[in-house]
Design a protein around this ligand. Structure first.
Ligand SMILES: [Zn+2]
Length: 302
């Protein structure tokens, strides 16, 4: 069986490369692999893996895609913790209090947790890219299909089990609502530390524009199950450099271990294979393709 070797990003190697050239091009040089990937360094090559590079001009507008409806109850927010790979804010999910519906989804999906991926510097960090552009960080809001499955763990392994909303973070002004999370990070610096984090509505972290891309993909951490309907918001939200620097003060390591900064906690891009990325919004790349070629010998593409 064909296998793909997974490695955690090496900032020293990555620093000289643009993100678009980055897929599978790096190999660690005697550097420790993040423990999360140690037991799965040989991953069966799937056909619907994530993340991917979204090529705007190749995405297909689907007028049948409905608006996504988000309804979160701030009271379902439980705690924030460092799981040794990211920081997660988790939610009470025994009932349909915090759910999303519509968009590409047939069922209601319950919010389980949200977390982020980010880089060692501001030049990269997102898992998905758009036309090979990296953002410095990406937010993932993870939901599970409580209509078809008994619990999150079962849903995470099966088709149509999960729906993840991805939101890009770009450099700009300070994000006031995000700052509430950032202020909590010093108390969860080490792996496996957890503090209460009540009454938070993560819809405050969403962009205002409703436009999104959607495709069928996978978890981006082991077990890499191909269970995810991805909903990637087109519009990024702004955060400032200091907020991203605070993310980088977290540690992959537990108290007492040799400190390793929590940075570059994203998976490399995966091939699109035989998949289509659909967009909820019209875009004019179709017009470019249909335009008559200019009477020129130039073969430059639009
Ligand atoms: Zn994620």
């Amino acid at each position: 069986m064909q296998v793909t070797v997974e490695k955690i990003p090496d900032p020293e190697v990555h620093a000289v490369r643009p993100c678009s050239l980055y897929t599978c091009t790096y190999r660690t040089r005697n550097r420790a692999l993040h423990p999360l990937w140690e037991s799965v360094d040989l991953v069966p090559a799937g056909e619907r893996q994530s993340p991917i590079n979204i090529r705007w001009r190749d995405s297909v507008y689907d007028p049948g895609l409905k608006p996504l409806t988000i309804s979160y109850d701030p009271a379902t927010c439980l705690h924030i913790w460092n799981n040794g790979y990211s920081f997660l804010v988790e939610f009470e999910d025994s009932t349909d209090k915090s759910v999303i519906e519509g968009g590409p989804l047939e069922d209601n999906y319950r919010l389980k947790q949200f977390h982020f991926h980010w880089g060692a510097i501001d030049a990269w960090g997102s898992e998905h890219t758009v036309d090979s552009k990296c953002y410095p960080a990406e937010l993932h809001l993870v939901h599970w299909n409580a209509v078809k499955f008994e619990n999150f763990e079962d849903a995470a392994l099966e088709e149509n089990g999960l729906a993840v909303i991805g939101v890009f973070l770009k450099l700009g002004k300070q994000h006031k609502e995000l700052q509430k999370l950032v202020d909590t990070l010093p108390s969860i610096k080490h792996k496996d530390t957890l503090v209460e984090f009540g009454s938070f509505d993560p819809s405050c972290l969403m962009p205002t524009c409703p436009d999104y891309w959607t495709y069928s993909g996978s978890l981006t951490t082991p077990p890499l199950s191909e269970s995810v309907t991805w909903i990637i918001k087109k519009q990024p939200v702004e955060v400032d450099h200091d907020q991203l620097e605070q993310f980088r003060t977290l540690l992959f390591t537990s108290e007492g271990e040799k400190e390793k900064r929590m940075v570059d906690n994203f998976r490399p891009l995966q091939p699109l294979m035989n998949r289509t990325v659909r967009s909820s919004f019209r875009h004019d790349y179709v017009l470019n393709i249909q335009a008559k070629p200019k009477p020129s010998t130039s073969q430059a593409t639009p």
